[in-house]
Design a protein around this ligand. Sequence first.
Ligand SMILES: Cc1cc2nc3c(=O)[nH]c(=O)nc-3n(C[C@H](O)[C@H](O)[C@H](O)COP(=O)(O)O)c2cc1C
Length: 205
Amino acid sequence: MRGRNQGKQRAARMTEFTIVGISGNLTRPSKTRALVGEILRQASSLVAARTELYDVIDAGPELGTTVQRAGAPAGPERIFSAIERADALVVASPVFKASYTGLFKHLFDLLDPKVLEGRPILVAATAGSDRHALVLEHQFRPLFAFFRASVLPIGIYAINADFEADGAPNKGLIEQIAPAAEQLVAALAGSARACEPGATIVRVA
Ligand SMILES: Cc1cc2nc3c(=O)[nH]c(=O)nc-3n(C[C@H](O)[C@H](O)[C@H](O)COP(=O)(O)O)c2cc1C
């Protein structure tokens, strides 16, 4: 009996982490969504973590007419709550007019300013050319600095040439993602949530 209880306690102490990917693409198929998917795939090969991936299309057309977090319709609500309970986030958007898409920003506009505090965040963008590569520095980083999130030093910026004809990240991009995924997992291991009693990081590779 005692042994069984101990086993239960051990099981209860194993905390699985959740890494949530948010992509600002407005259409599918999407290179941005594929990029986030590959980052999540690589991160979850390094640590025992559950991953979830949403784009703003998943929020449904109600996202645009939702003006406050409280009482949000089911589509946006699903994404808000995923962001709020994430242990770490991968946030990405296609570059539209030298910035993230409007709906990507709108999604984060409606969140409580304290909700991402200290959370490891990897930023990424896709674009038509190298011209707006600094978008990660002058758009993404200030937004998540506002939230006092822990934005990783590495970011991923990919252009059309970094994808195969079917829209999947090519070999070069996959290799570029590897150190970013490692940094994300290391940040997750060192984050406040990971240090909570009972939290267990398991390296699987
Ligand atoms: C409305 C619109 C605005 C865009 N603005 C830019 C831009 O300012 N700079 C750039 O490099 N690419 C721009 N692009 C190209 C997209 O960023 C690029 O095709 C992106 O990879 C698309 O991602 P997706 O496949 O996830 O939708 C724009 C595309 C659209 C449709």
